[in-house]
Design a protein around this ligand. Structure first.
Ligand code: COA
Length: 259
């Protein structure tokens, strides 16, 4: 799938967790279609390495700030500073997430809290920080959160992430309703397993679940990072102007209810 090369010219995007995994695919796509892109995550060495790779591989200049989405003040400062550098913000992509596999009966209170804090509370903090800028976006601000199909069917072994992502989905619906008056659209994408990501390697392949997962995917293959990036572009560009409070499932026709 390809979009016109300058479809996002003049737009400004911020991607949380944009240095690695699905986030990096989203950054490359936004940047190669003309948007200015800023990324924010916890580890400066990851950010620096990613910025060099984006420039070398795709010829795009990406701005970065260090920030932990769990810390409302720091993340707010990081987002505001990126938005100011980029002359505003049209798109906020809430992609930063933490996850690990742990049977629920062994999950500590802090383990539960840590993932809820990163995924759900972090998304809330970023949306609040971005709103003053998104309100000013000429064609209407866009929030796109990266969720998971696991939020719709339960996620045995990762209840913290499943519950947090389900919370994000409800948060997007509420924000679409409250912030529609500002022209802000809030939607979420639910990816199935995306190959080549650290998440799928650790959460599926290393758990011995690759074969079982593939059997449940109608199209018979894991997705690619660009499948998610293309969905983000669809929601952010003019194509998504009348979509808000909606889920876009990008999972090859998975049937997770088939146990
Ligand atoms: N199994 C069980 N408990 C775990 C765990 C695991 N694999 N990993 C972390 N925890 C628990 C810790 O034991 C701790 O709880 P405790 O204080 O009761 O012992 C709590 O979670 C916080 O762990 P900590 O390592 O201090 O948190 P952190 O903020 O440094 O990192 C994550 C949290 C989720 C980011 C970390 O687990 C991680 O690096 N995950 C892999 C990367 C990732 O999530 N990528 C996202 C793509 S899917």
């Amino acid at each position: 799938m390809s979009f016109a090369a300058d479809i996002l010219a003049g737009k400004s995007a911020i991607v949380t967790g944009g240095a690695t995994g699905i986030g990096a695919f989203i950054v490359r796509k936004l940047g190669s279609l003309g948007a200015q892109v800023g990324i924010v995550s916890r580890k400066e060495e990851n950010l620096q390495r990613a910025v060099v790779a984006f420039k070398a591989d795709d010829g795009i200049e990406v701005n970065y700030r260090v920030g932990d989405v769990r810390d409302p003040e720091l993340i707010s400062r990081a987002i505001a500073s990126l938005a100011e550098q980029q002359g505003g913000m049209d798109y906020l992509i809430c992609n930063a997430a933490g996850n690990f596999i742990c049977p629920t009966e062994q999950l500590s209170a802090n383990g539960w809290k840590t993932v809820i804090d990163i995924d759900l509370n972090g998304t809330f903090h970023c949306c609040q920080a971005a709103l003053p800028f998104l309100k000013q976006a000429k064609a209407g601000g866009r929030i796109v959160s990266i969720s998971t199909t696991g939020a719709n069917f339960g996620w045995p072994g990762a209840v913290h992430a499943g519950a947090a992502k389900a919370g994000i989905q409800n948060l997007m619906q509420s924000l679409s309703s409250e912030w529609g008056k500002y022209g802000v659209r809030a939607n979420w994408i639910s990816p199935g397993p995306i190959k080549g990501t650290e998440g799928v390697d650790r959460l599926i392949i290393q758990q011995g679940l690759a074969e079982r997962s593939l059997e449940r995917i109608a199209l018979g293959t894991f997705g690619e990072g660009d499948d998610i990036a293309n969905a983000v572009i669809f929601l952010c560009a003019d194509t998504g102007k009348y979509i808000s409070g909606a889920e876009l499932v990008v999972d090859g026709g998975s049937q997770w209810h088939r146990r």
